[in-house]
Design a binder for this molecule. Structure first.
Ligand code: ADP
Ligand code: MG
Length: 340
């Protein structure tokens, strides 16, 4: 069987037949002009969209198709988690070159639908079109959030602590290892695999976001790290009209990250400050709640680090080195699709 013989509608019915998770909210799923669902009572609906384009976000030879499907959903789940929400329903839009092998598509869909089951998301629709050259995958995700526990980028106040989940720079280093700018990377197989996995199969911090949402801790702002710590913290500062102090020696590094940076003489600061796609949560909270937050994460068995403080100097991020030297970070180091 080929895509040509199967056709658009054949492919859609295959997708529909392979759904592994159904939501109680859905009244009408794939197959009509629109999907119909019943929003949960007393909640706010939230919606987000992220696309992956071949040769921009991924190279077919570097990411296996099942992981690509997983990642397309996972990065959207991370956006829902970043607001304190729960993901519910997904729309999947595929732009497919006519010569794309069917087994490749099937594996990609497997990865996507497995991820839907993992995160309890029902695929309720989408669009399937041809694309002249490159594959693209666009996912729209609908979720909901408690009215009084909606976390946005705006709201950080001077004196608030800055917190981050997990560890930083793993994905950026994993990508470096994958693209093999250097042929013989030094380091253990286990460390290299950990970093590459962090890049190919990021784990959105849904559990942690849920724990924050259910807690009584005041969260003044939150986002997920997709552009790198410096750029994403700048978003929080900009939205709140505040600044920040970041302490180098408090930034969380995984053992694998530390080992591989040391073995290959890589500058870990650049990877941590500018490296994208960690999908960790970055949030701020007043000092009185710092204990609540550390207790909460201890209970959840998940790491969190207090990495700095919000200041009253709009837009200024001060970088405090381990040796005590201070400098002001240059503005936005994030990736811009039309400038880079
Ligand atoms: P229309 O022409 O009315 O927009 P389509 O023929 O594009 O409808 O799609 C038919 C049905 O299949 C719709 O319910 C649509 O949401 C669904 N669908 C199309 N592509 C996908 C996809 N890639 N994943 C899931 N559902 C899809
Ligand atoms: Mg259509």
């Amino acid at each position: 069987m080929t895509l040509k013989r199967l056709g658009e509608f054949g492919l859609i019915s295959r997708i529909r037949a392979r759904l592994k998770y159904r939501s109680g909210q859905t009244l009408l799923g794939i197959g009509d002009d629109c999907a119909v669902y019943k929003p949960a009572q007393g909640k706010r609906q939230i919606v987000t969209s992220d696309a992956l384009t071949e040769d921009v976000h991924f190279k077919k030879n570097l990411i296996p198709p099942a992981r690509l499907g997983y990642k397309a959903l996972a990065v959207n789940v991370s956006d829902i988690a970043a607001m304190g929400g729960t993901p519910r329903l997904a729309l999947l839009t595929l732009g497919i070159p006519a010569n794309c092998p069917l087994p490749y598509l099937n594996k990609m869909l497997d990865g996507f639908l497995d991820a839907c089951a993992q995160f309890k998301v029902e695929l309720v629709g989408g669009d399937t079109v041809s694309s002249p050259k490159n594959l693209f995958i666009s996912v729209t995700l609908i979720g909901d959030v408690s009215k009084d526990r909606l976390f946005t980028r705006k709201g950080a106040r001077p004196g608030d602590g800055i917190f981050v989940t997990g560890s930083l720079g793993n994905s950026a280093l994993g990508l470096k290892l994958l693209t093999g700018e250097k042929t013989a990377w030094k380091g253990s197989k286990k460390d290299i695999k950990f970093l590459i996995d962090a890049h190919l199969s990021p784990i959105p911090r849904l559990k942690e976001s849920g724990a924050l949402s259910r807690s009584k801790a005041k969260i003044t702002s939150m986002l997920d790290l997709s552009d790198g710590l410096a750029g994403d913290l700048a978003h929080i500062c900009q939205a709140g009209g505040v600044g920040a102090r970041l302490c180098e020696d408090r930034l969380p590094r995984s053992p694998a990250f530390t080992n591989i940076c040391a073995a290959n003489k890589l500058s870990s600061d650049d990877l941590i400050l500018g490296g994208g796609e960690d999908y960790e949560l970055l949030f701020t909270s007043p000092p009185k709640d710092a204990k609540k937050i550390s207790g909460l994460f201890r209970k959840a068995g998940s790491p969190v680090s207090h990495i700095g403080e919000i200041t009253a100097r709009p837009g200024e991020i001060v970088w405090v080195r381990s040796n005590g030297r201070e400098s002001i970070l240059p503005r936005s180091q994030g990736y811009d699709h039309f400038k880079s």
